[in-house]
Each structure stands twice: as C-alpha cells, then as structure tokens.
Design a protein around this ligand. Structure first.
Ligand SMILES: Cc1cc2nc3c(=O)[nH]c(=O)nc-3n(C[C@H](O)[C@H](O)[C@H](O)COP(=O)(O)OP(=O)(O)OC[C@H]3O[C@@H](n4cnc5c(N)ncnc54)[C@H](O)[C@@H]3O)c2cc1C
Length: 270
C-alpha cells in the first residue's frame, strides 16, 4: 500500500488523477476507517491522508454563516466559542462523543461521510439545515446534508469527491442535544436527538438518529405540535410517521421508540 499526505486540495487532486479510483481511499482521523481494516476489510492500494490540508481544517465565521472545515476535529467543535453559544446542540453532541483520544482524532467530515444512522453530530447538523460543499478537480457542488446521506454507510459521494466544508446559517436559534447509550460515554447512541427552536416554539426542528436508516427529521410531529402545543400527550405518537427503528445488538425497536418519545416529551415540557 502507498500512503500520501498532500498539503493542499490542488496537490490532492493532482495525486488522485494519477491513481485508479477503485483503489484509492481518503483518510481523515481514521477512527472509522482503521477499525474496519482491523476487522478484515481489504486495505486499498493507495491511502490519501487529508489531515495536512490546512484549508480544510478551519472554522470561518462571517456575519451570516459559519463554515466548518471537514477536517475540524470533534474536540475543536467542542471548544469553539461561537459553536458553543449559537449552535449549542452541535457542541453538546461533541461533548457526549467518545473519549478524549477519539475526539481529538475524529473529524466532523468523517462523521458525515461514515453516514452511520447513530452518528452523534448528525442530528444537530440536520436540524440546523447544514449545507455541504463537495469538491473534485472539476468543480464544486453544494447540497443539504439530508440529500447527501442516503442510507446506512451510504452517501452520494462519488469517487474522487472530497467533502470540504459544512456551512451553517447563523440564525441564533436555541438548541439542545440528548443522547442515550448503553453507558454514559464511549458508547454508540441507542437514540440521539437534536432540537433547534426559537423561544416559545414558534419555530421547531427535531432530528433523531438510530431510529431509521438515516437521521430523520420528525416533521409530522413538529407540524402538529406547532399548531397546538397543549396537546402533546395526544400527538406524541406522530413521531412514528417518520421513524423506522430496528432491533439490533444495542436495543430493540420498541425500546428506541419509547426512549425517543420520552426524550421529546421531557424536553418539550421542561
Ligand atoms: C472507540 C470509538 C468511539 C467512538 N465513539 C463515537 C461516538 O460517540 N459518536 C459517534 O458519532 N462516533 C463515534 N465513533 C466513530 C468515529 O469516531 C466518528 O464517526 C468520527 O467522526 C469519524 O471521523 P474520522 O475523521 O476518524 O473518519 P475516518 O475514519 O478517517 O473516515 C471515515 C470515512 O469517511 C471518509 N472521509 C472522511 N473524511 C472525508 C472527507 N472530508 N471527504 C470525503 N471522504 C471522507 C473516509 O474515506 C472513510 O470512508 C467512535 C469510534 C471509535 C473507534
């Protein structure tokens, strides 16, 4: 296997152009990729480390937006002052994420491209309406995160495309993130959920993970709740319209349904 460490996107695309797409893989923090190889997945002939591309490892704040480089570590998401105050759910998700070693190594881009239904940053990114920027040597495309992730471990990323930036509008919404795992830390979420809202709930977006093949937004429920918030007990069942949880080694579908209802009920009434 050959290992490459380009220092810019231009250098990356020049290297990539010389390789066969079937045999080249991008590496960010490696916290998803390396365990896969340890479990026996074939290693590629060419591994391209993105970590030295500094233009993908910065958080750029403008008046209306924040643009998070895909190589930003989970720890840097956690430590950023603006994210803490304006995108609290994302910061809370980074706080509840793995242990210190993984938080320093793992990246936001890796969490998105890995496309796990239980990925902890994803509910907040869905609820905030994150826009992803994808680049190739030929150009750039942008799309919302819910159109990028299309199934468990599946995205619309084409060979040679790199996720470079995650952009969030600075709407100054309040937000919150809740995670239930089999233990407090170092545990994959059994259910995770992000709430993005305005005071008094004139606006509310709820996105939940590990209750379907991708993170889902609970639009049927929130539409009913926004019409009549006094009716919570009668409408909570509407979350069923948007979720399709399964039984797996971590929990049953029934348990996930109940946990999600409890998290939503507790949050909206607290
Ligand atoms: C012990 C342990 C605990 C964990 N705990 C959690 C947890 O609590 N919550 C959670 O959500 N996850 C957890 N994870 C999973 C993992 O740490 C995260 O998903 C992390 O964000 C992955 O980022 P990475 O940079 O390491 O990705 P990598 O492993 O480097 O890459 C993952 C995939 O994305 C592709 N990729 C990465 N970046 C890009 C890019 N910019 N453009 C194109 N393709 C790209 C890679 O080719 C690869 O296919 C844990 C993992 C371990 C080993």
């Amino acid at each position: 296997m050959r290992f490459y460490q380009p220092k810019s996107l231009v250098e990356l695309f020049n290297i990539y152009a010389t390789l066969s797409p079937d045999n080249a893989t991008f590496l960010a923090g490696g916290t998803d990729l390396m365990p896969r190889y340890e479990r026996g997945q074939d290693m590629p002939d060419h591994l391209i480390d993105l970590k030295r591309i500094s233009e993908m490892n910065q958080i750029v704040i403008t008046a209306d937006r924040v643009a998070i480089g895909a190589l930003t570590s989970i720890q840097d998401i956690h430590d950023n002052d603006l994210l803490k105050t304006e995108f609290t759910a994302l910061r809370m998700a980074a706080h509840d994420f793995a242990g210190a070693q993984i938080r320093h190594r793992g990246t936001i881009g890796g969490n998105i491209c890995n496309a796990s239904p239980a990925g902890d940053l994803l509910p907040a990114l869905y609820a905030f309406g994150a826009i992803l920027t994808i680049q190739t040597s030929g150009g750039t495309r942008e799309l919302p995160i819910n159109e990028f992730i299309i199934g468990p471990g599946r995205t619309t990323l084409q060979p040679g495309e790199v996720l470079t930036t995650i952009t969030l509008d600075r709407n100054k919404y309040d937000s919150n993130f809740q995670k239930v795992g089999l233990r407090q830390s170092m545990a994959i979420s059994v259910v995770n959920v992000a709430f993005v809202y305005t005071p008094g709930f004139s606006r509310l977006k709820i996105a939940a993970g590990a209750v379907g093949p991708t993170v889902v937004t609970l639009d049927s429920f929130t539409t009913a709740f926004l019409k009549d918030s006094s009716n919570l007990a009668e409408i909570i069942h509407l979350i069923e319209a948007d979720i399709t949880p399964i039984d797996d080694i971590r929990a049953t579908a029934k348990y996930r349904r109940q946990v999600l209802k409890n998290l939503i009920r507790n949050f909206l009434t607290s």
